[in-house]
Design a protein around this ligand. Structure first.
Ligand SMILES: *[C@@H]1O[C@H](CO)[C@@H](O)[C@H](O)[C@H]1NC(C)=O
Ligand SMILES: *[C@@H]1O[C@H](CO)[C@@H](O)[C@H](O)[C@H]1NC(C)=O
Ligand SMILES: *[C@@H]1O[C@H](CO)[C@@H](O)[C@H](O)[C@H]1NC(C)=O
Ligand SMILES: *[C@@H]1O[C@H](CO)[C@@H](O)[C@H](O)[C@H]1NC(C)=O
Ligand SMILES: CC(=O)N[C@H]1CO[C@H](CO)[C@@H](O)[C@@H]1O
Length: 815
C-alpha cells in the first residue's frame, strides 16, 4: 500500500496504482495534501466509459450526507479532481490505512461505482515535543549512570514518517538512550555519564532533537534545561590556613581579636558557613569566643600573659550539611606591666641582739615580678632612717644587713618597709613591712633617779616605819632590767646597818628596823645597791643619808637644885641684900635640841610672892626688892622649868632660901626641911650642900678650862659640856654632830649662871634643824625644812647674828 517509492518515480503522474475492487470498483491511492485541482485519475478509462458520455450521464461523485466532498469529476475529461485539502492525519489520525470511500454515480442508466481513495501519508508533520523546554533539576551528587526519562516527542505522521529517533547535542555530562516502546513509539532518557558539579556549571542546556523517517526528514527540538542542584560537595575554605594575631594582655572583654573567614562554594544551606572552635584547651575556651556567623574571635575572659603567653587553637568552618575545614589561630599575648613585684621574706633573724655588729645579716628578701622583660625587672629599697640596708645578692635575692649599732633601749622595734618597684611603664611597686625587734643584752646598769637620797625621820619612830624610797631604773628588758635593791654591808655606830634599816628588794622602800633616838645619833649614811637580774648582773649604788629629827621627848632635867627634894638645898640670902641681887640660879638642861631644849623658868609657888623673881631664860633668882626685917627668914620657892617643845615638857624643883647672914644662925634649919622630924636628914643635907658647892666650883673651873681650849679647838667644848657630872646628866646628852646644812653654821650660846655670883659658864649646844615641832618625819628636802624653820621664827637676822624668838634673846655666834 505504501507508494512512496512510485511517487518519487512518477512525479508528474500522481496516479500510481489502480486498485481493482472485487466488485469492479475502482480504488485510487494518492498522497495526502495534494493541491486542489490536482487530477488524481481518469475514471472514465478506469470504468470503461466514454468520456463523452460522462456529461450526458451526469457523472458525479456523491458523498454521504454527512461527508464532505473532497473530489469532483471533470465531465469533459473524466478526471477526478481534488477539490479540498486532504489531510490524512485529520481524517484518519493514527490509523495505518486511511481510505475515503466515495461513489461515482452515472445516470441513464444509473450506474454506481464505488471509488476508494487510499490516502497515503506523506511526511508532512514534524516531530513535536509537548513543551519546548524540558526542565530537570538534578542534584550534583547524582551518581554516574543515573537515568532521567525525557518527554516523548510526537509526530502526527505514521509509519516511517513517525518518529524514528532522538538525539541530543553532544555534551560531556549526558548521553541519550532511546528506547522503543512496546506500541512502537520511542522515547529517550538521559544517562549521566559524568558527575555534575554545580560549582562548575550550574545549568545545562541541551538540545534534544527528535527525527522522523520521512523524506525529507523532519525533526523537532526541545531544550533540555538541567539545573544542577547543589549537593554539599564543597567544604568551606579558609582564607588563610594559619591566622596570627597579637593581643595585649588584660584586653577588655568583647574586643575583636581577629576575624577568620571561610568561603563555601556551595549555595544556600550548603554554603552557609558556621565557625567554631575545635578541640581547644579549656584555657582558650574560657578566654575566647567565636561568633558562629561572622567568624569574629572575641575576648571573653581575662587575658593574662603570665598565665599563658600564647594561645593556639583550631577553628572549624562548617557548612550547613556538615562539611568542615580547619584553620589554626595563633594569638600571641603581649605583656603589660600589670603585676606588681612581690616581696617575700625568705628568712629573718628576729629578734636581733642589740650587740650585733654593723653588717650583720638579719634577713633574706626575695623579690619577684611575674611580668617579663623590663616589666619584670625590679629594684628594691628600704626607707631612710633605719640602721639597715639592702644588699643585692644573687639574682632576685637581697640581704638585709645592719648598718649601725643597735640599741634596744633607744629603739626596740623596727618597722622596715621594703619597697620593690619594677621598670615597667608606668612602673608598679609594692611594699612589705618587716617587724624586727631588737633582743636585749644586759648592757645598762640600774641608775638611781637621784645622785643621793636623804631621809628625814623623827626620833621615836615606830620600828618598821617607812623612811624613804629609792628607785633605780634599768632600761634593759625583763630580768636584765629588773632592779633588786639591797643594803650594802656597813656599820652604823658599830652595829651592822641591817640592824637599823632594811630595804624592800622590789620596791626600794627603806624601813626603819628600830626606833631611832635623836639624842643618840642625828644622822647616818648607808649605801643602797641596785642590781639587775641579768647574767652577769650589773649594779650601782647610792648613798642614803638618814637624818633623825628631834622630838620633844626629854623633859628638862634640873641639875640644880636637885629636883628630888630629898636633899635640902638651901641658899643663904644676906639680910642686907638689895633688890636685884642675884640670889641663886636654877640650872636645868634638856637632852632635846633646838626649841625642844629652850628652857624657860617660872616661879610657880613662893612663900612671899613679891620678894623673888626668876629670869625667865636665865633661871637666875634675884631679889625683887630690898630684904626687910619683916620678911620671913625661911623662903620657899617652887620653880618650874619648861621647854619650848610642842607639847612642852616641864620639871619642877623646890628652892629653899634662908635670909640670914650666917648658917649657924639658923637653928631651925631643920624646920626648913619639909620633913623636920629626921635630924639625920638635916646633917645629910648639909653634907650634900657642901659637896654640891664643891662640885660646882670644880665644874666651873673645868668649864673655864675647856672654854679656853675651845678658842683653838672649839668642838671640844661640847665634850666639855658633857663633863657635867654624869649623875646629873641624861645618858646621851649633848651629842652634837654638825652634819646638818644650816645648823652647822651657827651655834648659840646660852649663858647660865650658877648659884655663885662670880662664876658663870657657857653651855653651848648646837643649833640644829631638829628644833622643829615634832612632825612625823619622812622624806623632807632641805628646802622644805628651811620653810618650816623660817615659819617658826619670828625674826631671823642671820647677818646681824641677832635672832629673836618670842621674848627670848639669843646671841648667835658664827661658828
Ligand atoms: C609599719 O609601717 C607600715 C608603713 O609605714 C604601716 O602601714 C604599718 O602599720 C607599720 N606597722 C607597725 C606595726 O607599726
Ligand atoms: C638579758 O641579757 C642577756 C645577755 O646579757 C641575754 O642573753 C638575755 O637574753 C637577756 N634577757 C632578756 C629577757 O632579754
Ligand atoms: C659603789 O659605787 C661606786 C661608784 O659609784 C663604786 O666605786 C663602788 O665600788 C661601789 N661599791 C660597791 C660595793 O659596789
Ligand atoms: C618626915 O619624916 C616622917 C618620919 O620620918 C615621914 O613620915 C614624913 O613623910 C616626912 N615628911 C616629909 C615631907 O618628907
Ligand atoms: C468543468 C470543467 O472543469 N471543465 C473542463 C474539462 O476539461 C476541459 C479540457 O481540458 C476544460 O476545457 C474544461 O474547462
Amino acid at each position: 500500500m505504501t507508494v512512496s517509492s512510485s511517487m518519487a518515480l512518477l512525479p508528474r503522474r500522481l496516479f500510481l496504482l489502480a486498485l481493482q475492487t472485487v466488485c469492479g470498483d475502482v480504488a485510487y491511492s494518492f498522497p495526502e495534501e495534494v493541491k486542489r485541482g490536482s487530477v488524481i485519475e481518469n475514471i472514465a478509462k478506469d470504468i470503461g466509459i466514454e468520456v463523452g458520455k460522462l456529461a450526458t450521464r451526469k457523472a458525479r461523485i456523491d458523498v454521504d450526507r454527512n461527508s464532505k466532498g473532497y473530489f469532483e469529476i471533470n465531465r469533459s475529461t473524466g478526471d477526478v479532481i481534488v477539490t479540498e485539502r486532504i489531510d490524512r492525519e485529520g481524517l484518519c489520525g493514527k490509523k495505518s490505512t486511511c481510505i475515503l470511500k466515495q461513489e461515482l454515480v452515472l445516470e441513464e442508466p444509473l450506474e454506481l461505482h464505488r471509488i476508494s481513495f487510499h490516502i497515503q501519508d506523506i511526511n508532512d508533520n514534524s516531530p513535536q515535543f509537548k513543551k519546548d523546554t524540558i526542565k530537570f533539576e538534578i542534584r550534583e551528587s547524582a551518581a554516574k549512570g543515573s537515568r532521567y526519562r525525557l518527554d516523548e516527542a510526537h509526530d502526527a505522521d505514521i509509519g516511517q514518517n513517525a518518529i524514528q529517533g532522538y538525539s541530543i547535542e553532544t555534551n560531556e555530562y549526558f548521553r541519550l538512550n532511546v528506547i522503543e516502546k512496546g506500541g512502537g513509539g520511542k522515547y529517550s532518557e538521559l544517562i549521566l555519564q559524568k558527575e555534575l558539579d554545580r560549582e562548575q556549571k550550574k545549568e545545562l542546556t541541551i538540545e534534544l532533537v527528535a527525527t522522523d523517517g520521512g523524506t525529507p526528514q523532519r525533526s523537532g527540538t526541545a531544550v533540555i534545561h538541567v539545573s544542577v542542584l547543589d549537593a554539599n560537595d564543597n567544604a568551606p575554605v579558609f582564607s588563610q590556613a594559619v591566622y596570627g594575631a597579637s593581643l595585649l594582655e588584660n584586653s577588655p572583654l568583647d574586643i575583636v581579636v581577629i576575624t577568620v573567614s571561610a568561603t563555601d562554594a556551595d549555595e544556600g544551606v550548603n554554603g552557609e558557613v558556621t565557625y567554631e572552635f575545635d578541640h581547644i584547651s579549656d584555657e582558650s575556651y574560657n578566654v575566647f569566643s567565636i561568633d558562629q556567623k561572622s567568624g569574629e574571635v572575641r575576648v571573653s575572659g581575662p587575658i593574662d600573659y603570665e598565665h599563658l603567653s600564647s594561645y593556639e587553637m583550631q577553628i572549624t568552618a562548617k557548612d550547613g550539611l556538615g562539611l568542615v575545614s580547619y584553620c589554626t589561630l595563633i594569638i600571641e599575648i603581649t605583656d603589660v606591666n600589670d603585676n606588681a613585684p612581690i616581696t617575700t621574706i625568705k628568712s629573718l633573724k628576729n629578734p636581733v641582739p642589740e650587740n650585733s655588729p654593723p653588717g650583720t645579716e638579719v634577713g633574706i628578701v626575695n623579690v619577684q615580678d611575674r611580668d617579663s622583660e623590663t616589666n619584670g625587672k625590679v629594684r628594691c629599697s628600704i626607707q631612710q632612717g633605719v640602721p639597715f640596708k639592702l644588699v643585692p645578692s644573687i639574682k632576685n635575692y637581697y640581704s638585709l644587713v645592719t648598718t649601725g649599732q643597735l640599741d634596744r633601749e633607744l629603739v626596740s622595734n623596727y618597722n622596715i618597709t621594703i619597697t620593690a618597684t619594677d621598670e615597667g611603664s608606668p612602673p608598679l611597686s609594692s611594699s612589705k613591712s618587716v617587724q624586727l625587734s631588737v633582743a636585749d643584752i644586759n648592757d645598762n646598769p640600774p641608775v638611781f633617779d637621784e645622785q643621793s637620797y636623804s631621809a628625814y625621820v623623827s626620833e621615836n619612830n615606830k620600828p618598821g616605819s617607812t623612811l624613804c624610797s629609792v628607785s633605780a631604773r634599768d632600761p634593759d628588758w625583763r630580768q636584765n632590767g629588773t632592779v633588786v635593791y639591797s643594803l650594802l654591808a656597813g656599820e652604823v655606830n658599830g652595829a651592822p646597818v641591817s640592824s637599823y634599816l632594811s630595804v624592800n628588794g622590789d620596791t626600794g622602800v627603806i624601813h626603819a628596823v628600830r626606833s631611832f633616838d635623836y639624842e643618840q645619833f642625828k644622822s647616818f649614811k648607808i649605801h643602797v645597791m641596785a642590781r639587775d637580774n641579768g647574767s652577769p648582773p650589773l649594779s650601782s649604788n647610792v648613798t642614803v643619808s638618814v637624818f633623825i629629827s628631834d622630838v620633844n621627848d626629854n623633859s628638862p632635867q634640873i641639875l640644880y637644885p636637885s629636883p628630888e627634894g630629898n636633899s635640902f638645898m638651901t641658899e643663904l640670902v644676906p639680910k642686907a641684900a638689895h633688890g636685884g641681887s642675884l640670889v641663886s640660879k636654877v640650872i636645868a638642861v634638856d637632852a632635846d635640841s633646838g626649841q625642844n631644849a629652850w628652857l624657860s623658868y617660872h616661879i610657880v609657888k613662893s612663900t612671899d610672892p613679891g620678894l623673888f623673881t626668876i629670869g625667865v631664860h636665865s633661871g637666875e633668882i634675884r631679889t625683887q626688892r630690898d630684904i626687910s626685917e619683916s620678911d620671913s627668914m625661911k623662903q620657899n620657892l617652887v620653880v618650874a622649868v619648861k621647854d619650848n617643845g610642842q607639847p612642852s615638857l616641864s620639871a619642877t624643883c623646890s628652892m629653899y632660901l634662908l635670909i640670914s647672914d650666917n648658917l649657924a644662925e639658923v637653928p631651925e634649919l631643920k624646920d626648913l626641911s619639909f620633913n623636920e622630924s629626921n635630924s639625920k636628914l638635916t646633917s645629910y643635907l648639909i653634907i650634900a650642900l657642901v659637896s654640891v658647892s664643891t662640885f660646882f666650883l670644880t665644874f666651873i673651873i673645868i668649864i673655864l678650862g675647856f672654854r679656853f681650849c675651845r678658842r683653838r679647838k672649839p668642838r671640844l667644848l661640847f665634850d666639855g659640856a658633857v663633863a657635867i657630872p654624869s649623875g646629873y646628866l641624861p645618858p646621851n646628852y649633848a651629842d652634837v654632830d654638825g652634819t646638818g646644812t644650816l645648823r652647822s653654821a651657827y651655834n648659840y650660846d646660852t649663858y647660865l649662871t650658877t648659884g655663885s655670883r662670880t662664876s658663870d659658864f657657857k653651855f653651848v649646844t648646837s643649833y640644829n634643824d631638829n628644833t622643829l615641832p615634832a612632825d612625823q618625819t619622812l622624806k623632807k628636802s632641805p628646802s622644805d625644812f628651811a620653810d618650816v624653820f623660817g615659819d617658826s621664827l619670828e625674826t631671823l637676822e642671820v647677818g646681824g647674828h641677832v635672832f629673836e624668838l618670842g621674848s627670848c634673846v639669843h646671841v648667835f655666834q658664827p661658828y
